[in-house]
Write a protein that binds this ligand. Sequence first.
Ligand code: PGA
Length: 261
Amino acid sequence: MSSRRPTRLVAGNWKMNTSVADGLDLARALRAGLDGSGVEVEVLPPFTHLVGVRDVLRGSSLRLGAQNCYAEDKGAFTGEISPLMLADICDDVLLGHSERRHVLGESDELIARKLVAARRHGLRVILAVGETESERLEDTTMAVIDRQLRSALEKLDEVSDGELVLAYEPVWAIGTGRTATPAQAEEVCVHIVTRLDQLLGEVASSVPVLYGGSVTADNAAELFGQPHIHGALVGGASLKVDAFTAIVRAAEVATAAAEQR
Ligand code: PGA
């Protein structure tokens, strides 16, 4: 396994929450508390909030991402948002989130096409992968992760530093309060790191691997203490300034501790 010390990242996936006004207030509060953090901090608001949040965050260290995009640049795709539209507004786009896969029915094939389209417009992609509860019980977790990784990454020509982030999100842990244990999360993140090395070569060592699924202020430090967990994709707790701030602080402490080693 290549030696790796990628950037640590704490990203808040707001999902379909907050009015525009409340979202802008949240962004202002996060900027006030987290600008200049020693780790990367990012928010992923709904599409309707992106321009306003971009203006709130302008000039700060906080990154901005979209929660999804379509696989084409333009055309007759009613209700969709293209990566071309996002490229001037955001830094990143989240693709393959389990709610897109399992609630909205997105296939591996569609996610792969979206990834190519997003990269074509220079967006950093946060690619989410993860097994369902029944897949874990059937002992197919690693096979599912392999399939999701391979299909998403095989069509990409080349990945350079800072273009890709992975997020391991066990579906059974998302929004359920049932966080994976640090050992369970680390086991799959190690597997992801090994596969990324095989699929991407050298550049894999710069790809952060996040854990997501009921991350809270209480469990973040233990998760970040695992050597192959480089941050978190946070859902519910990202809507609360105190909880999200505490998670970022835990990532800062973990980074300082890793640098001592
Ligand atoms: P959660 O969501 O933190 O509310 O479990 C995580 C996610 O879906 O990214």
